[in-house]
Design a protein around this ligand. Structure first.
Ligand SMILES: [Zn+2]
Length: 351
């Protein structure tokens, strides 16, 4: 059955305690949206009009509950990013950010920063698109510690975190200043926010490092995001995030999106009473390499584990969706979502 409500109608009704057609979800295609209109991933990133068209087409085809613009911020600091035709952008040259560099005002007037031209065009284009009265727009960026890693290199960041913490704090002050300037420039636009913070993962740093370098800056960023949007942001952390779930509640996250390596049921038991939990359909095993039936079974398992999470369950991917995900698997996912996610939720449908 097709959706009976637009995403905005659904969220409004949910907020007012009125009936809704189906569960709101957090599935986003990311770079895989390029496939919907058949453009190169490089074109998706370098041409705002193409990115907007791909996002609107993805919304229409699959019934996404939000449109997103991703702020690539490392270039602002002089890092160089390459945009391959058929894979995700990669940093090919980091920035030194030493000595007097740390006193420079890199971001300036965020709306006029030449490195953010495509980003602002995408944000404005999505907010002005033919579907903007139906579907909300969110702005995503990386967490401050992850962005610091993109700018100076993750190896250097980790080494310096151990040997020269003052330097790392100075870098974090810089990147966080730019992030907050971008957030503040979105005041009044109506966008929501989310962050991806892979370098804060327990796979890469100790909890002590997280508390010292990452959490205080996540908190500052979230304070700005909440002030500007009036909503608590989503946070996604890759891999092992088990030690960080409670911290996410502290910093003001509204949704914790966990990697598919984490057990959704355990996340629910730990923080489900405080914030919504999201995940964790497997991007590789199910979406990229699985059959449509594997995708459906994976989604049903996620529902079994988390559907009754007290502060809410947001169906979503366990990490970024691979660009080569077959369209038939996406069709199966959204089709199954409309069956198992129909309101009121009924465990019989996903048992
Ligand atoms: Zn991830």
């Amino acid at each position: 059955m097709p959706d009976q409500m637009t995403p905005k109608e659904r969220m409004k009704a949910l907020g007012e305690g009125r009936p809704i057609d189906r569960i709101p979800h957090g599935f986003g295609l990311g770079d895989a949206a390029a496939r919907v209109t058949g453009i190169k991933v490089s074109e998706y990133h370098l041409d705002a009009k193409s990115q907007i068209e791909a996002n609107v087409a993805a919304y229409r085809r699959y019934g996404l509950d939000g449109l997103g613009a991703f702020a690539i911020l490392q270039n602002v600091f002089g890092a160089e990013t390459r945009y391959p035709d058929y894979s995700t952008p990669m940093v090919v040259q980091t920035a030194a950010l030493e000595g007097d560099d740390l006193k420079r005002d890199y971001i300036g007037e965020p709306r006029k920063n030449p490195h953010l031209r495509v980003f602002w065009d995408v944000v404005d284009g999505l907010l002005g698109s033919p579907v903007s009265d139906e579907v909300p727009v969110s702005v995503f960026m990386e967490g401050p510690y992850t962005l610091a890693g993109r700018v100076i290199g993750v190896d250097k960041l980790l080494k310096k975190s151990l040997r020269d913490p003052e330097y790392v704090i100075a870098v974090l002050d810089k990147v966080s200043e730019a992030q907050i300037a971008v957030v503040n420039a979105l005041e009044g636009s109506g966008v929501g926010f989310g962050i991806m913070d892979p370098v804060s993962s327990g796979d890469l740093i100790s909890h002590d490092f997280y508390l010292k370098f990452s959490k205080p800056y996540e908190k500052r960023l979230f304070d700005a995001m909440i002030r500007v949007s009036g909503q608590k942001p989503m946070i996604h952390i890759c891999g092992d995030s088990s030690k960080l779930w409670r911290d996410a509640v502290d910093v003001g996250a509204g949704v914790f999106s966990v990697d598919n390596r984490m057990d959704l049921e355990l996340v629910k038991e730990t923080i489900g009473g405080d914030i919504a939990v999201s995940g964790n359909v497997k991007p590789s095993e199910s979406m990229l390499f699985g059959s449509p039936e594997d995708v459906r079974a994976d989604l049903r398992e996620c529902f079994r584990k988390a559907w009754d999470s007290p502060a809410g369950y947001v169906p979503g991917f366990g990490c970024g969706l691979p660009i080569d995900t077959p369209a038939e698997n996406l069709e199966a996912l959204f089709d199954e979502l409309r069956v198992v996610g129909r309101f009121p939720l009924d465990p019989e449908r996903f048992s």
